[in-house]
Ligand binder design. Structure first.
Ligand SMILES: O=c1[nH]c(=O)c2[nH]c(=O)[nH]c2[nH]1
Length: 303
């Protein structure tokens, strides 16, 4: 007989915008995010026996996302995710776990005539801040947070040689190449034993985000890259080093290729190797290099 092996449900792609108005200064600050909230628990009978008595409607889940955004700060997003998830396991005794995913979109304050504008913002890149919270009755709160879509390019300072050469190989070895990628990096925090533990020292989240972002860019820029693999490992190592409450760092980097173009057919133009100036950026295929670097095998709970 078939069994329901796993089940979770909820609302995805809930778009939320919140404004904070400082009445004294007139300065407003905005946050826009997209929320996914899925619930797990004793909900089997809704699937197997048409029993809707165990279903918190996804419409109610959507409403709750708005209400919790009104009741609580949405910054840092880690804290909002923890509050939202905790609500479901505290309110519904049959819900055991809430899985929250937040994507925070950029609205960067405009500088007009040299001064920060009190209420105008622009999208300066498609970079996102990501939060994944698993809020569980039995094992507290686990948080994975990160950065996605940080697009970077260096025009030199990268090599790739010494790789396997056999009857399948056409790629030449290079000691100087373009390196370009969209950085996707997340870090897993030591487990928190509840919302209070997330709230205590809440500034750790913005600080870690800033430190990680700086390390990602600095390592990308300064490392004479032997490969995407080696450069990303250095990024992860340094993040683990400067954020002691993080146990794991995961990176996912596409290698976005820029092909050299032979232009010698036109008046003998030299555009290869050291003379290469005009390249053809490729959309696909791309390399895709992933890794996860762990501090060690032990897990610790933050209280
Ligand atoms: O940094 C790289 N890593 C690879 O594994 C690889 N493979 C490839 O064709 N180019 C590159 N570059």
């Amino acid at each position: 007989m078939p069994v329901l092996a796993s089940a979770r449900y909820g609302k995805d792609n809930v778009r939320v915008y919140k404004v904070h108005k400082d009445e004294k200064t007139g300065v407003q600050s905005v946050t826009e995010m997209t929320v996914c909230c899925l619930l797990e628990g004793d909900i089997e009978t809704s699937y197997t026996a048409a029993d809707n008595s165990v279903v918190v409607a996804t419409d109610s889940i959507k409403n709750t996302i708005y209400i919790k955004a009104k009741e609580h700060p949405v910054n840092p997003p880690e804290l909002y995710a923890a509050h939202l998830g905790q609500h479901f396991i505290s309110t519904y005794s049959h819900i055991t776990t809430a899985h929250i995913k937040l994507v925070v979109h950029r609205w960067t304050r405009m500088n007009i005539d040299g001064a920060p504008h009190p209420h105008s913002f622009y999208r300066d890149s498609e970079e996102k801040r990501l939060v994944e919270a698993t809020v569980s009755r039995s094992s507290g709160i686990s948080l994975r947070t990160g950065i996605a879509g940080l697009s970077v390019l260096k025009s030199t300072g990268s090599a790739f040689h010494g790789f396997v050469r056999d009857e399948y190989t056409t790629l030449p070895e290079v000691w100087d190449r373009i390196l370009s990628t969209d950085i996707d990096c997340s870090w897993t925090w030591k487990r928190f034993d509840g919302v209070e533990a997330v709230e205590k020292g809440v500034e750790r989240f913005d600080l870690a985000h800033e430190k990680a972002r700086t390390i990602l860019m600095r390592t990308f820029a300064n490392d004479y890259s032997a490969s995407v693999q080696n450069t990303m490992y250095k990024m992860a190592e340094e993040i683990l080093d400067v954020v002691p409450e993080v146990d794991r760092v995961a990176l996912e980097l596409p290698n976005k290729h820029y092909w050299e173009i032979d232009l010698s057919w036109h008046k003998g133009l030299k555009n290869k190797g050291k003379d290469a100036e005009v390249f053809a950026p490729q959309t696909n295929p791309n390399g895709l290099i992933k890794c996860e670097v762990a501090r060690d095998e032990t897990t610790v709970t933050i209280r």
